[in-house]
Each structure stands twice: as C-alpha cells, then as structure tokens.
Ligand binder design. Sequence first.
Ligand code: HEC
Length: 145
Amino acid sequence: MEKRLFQTALLLALVAAAAVGAYGMGMGVGNRRHGMGGRDMMMAPPPSAGENPLPASEAVVARGKTVFDANCAICHGAQGRGDGPGAAALNPPPPSLLGAAAAWSDGQIAAQIQVGRGAMPAFRGALDSTAIWSVVHYLRRLQRP
Ligand code: HEC
C-alpha cells in the first residue's frame, strides 16, 4: 500500500517534470531531438539518476549483458531492437533501444530502468544499482557496436 502510494507520487513527479520539459520546448529551450507531437512528448526521458559510477570495462559490459538478457530482452529483444518475444502483446510496444535512447544520458536511461514506464516494470526493487549501471554500459555497446 505504501509502496503503491510512493509509486503514484513518483509518477506525478515524472508527469510534472515532463510538463516542465514541454514548457521549456514551447519557450524554444532544448527542443533538440523531440518533435512537438504528443507521442514524442511522452517519450521524453526522465530526470537523470546521475553519472554512471562504473567503468565501461569488459567485465562490466559482460555483467550488463547477463542482466539485459535476463530482464530486458523478453520485451526489447536480444539486440535491443524492440522485437522481443513479449513485444507483440504490448501497446504501446517496447521501443528499440537503439533509437531515441541512444541520445539519452546514462543517468536518464538508469532512471528509466528504475521507475519503469507503461508496460515496463520499475526495476528499482529487482535490480541493484550495479546491475542497472552495468546494463546501461551494455546498451551503449548495442547502440554503438
Ligand atoms: C515487460 C516488457 C519490458 C521489459 C521487461 C523492459 N521494458 Fe523497457 N520498455 C517497455 C515498454 C513497453 C516501453 C515504452 C513504454 C511507454 O512508452 O509506454 C519501454 C521503454 C524503455 C526505455 C525508454 C526508451 C525510449 O526510447 O523511450 C528504456 C531505456 C528501456 N525501456 C530500457 C529497458 C531496460 C534496460 C530493461 C531491462 C532492465 C527494460 N527496459 C525492460 C517494455 C519493457
């Protein structure tokens, strides 16, 4: 119950942040990669969770792959292209992680993993921060092979 309340509060905070972002776009500030369409607005990244504290070493990337294969590939696909076995059942479908997210900061991707979105669960309780930052490094490898 408390957790649910917390998630609702978090969601409201995110919506507020998105609204501020949209206002910024209207003022001509920072409208770099998102168009003005409603869907694009919804796809704005969440506020950054900070800098990636881990090096992009082979060990970290390998750990990220393990985390990705176990937790993300079912929806986003083994190569992150949005074509996992569970993708067809979801509306909106899981996006390719090689698209908009390639321009997001590590911290924005980590935040998205923590809080989830739509059909995507919040991984805050399921994955520790090392797992989350490792998967971000692995995503970079998929985005820029
Ligand atoms: C149950 C399916 C599912 C799982 C599992 C899942 N996602 Fe997602 N993910 C989605 C969906 C659906 C969206 C889009 C949600 C929306 O906009 O309504 C999304 C959005 C995202 C985005 C935003 C991308 C963009 O272009 O806006 C990122 C980044 C992301 N997921 C990363 C991950 C990572 C990393 C994992 C594993 C830790 C993961 N997801 C697990 C379904 C999933």
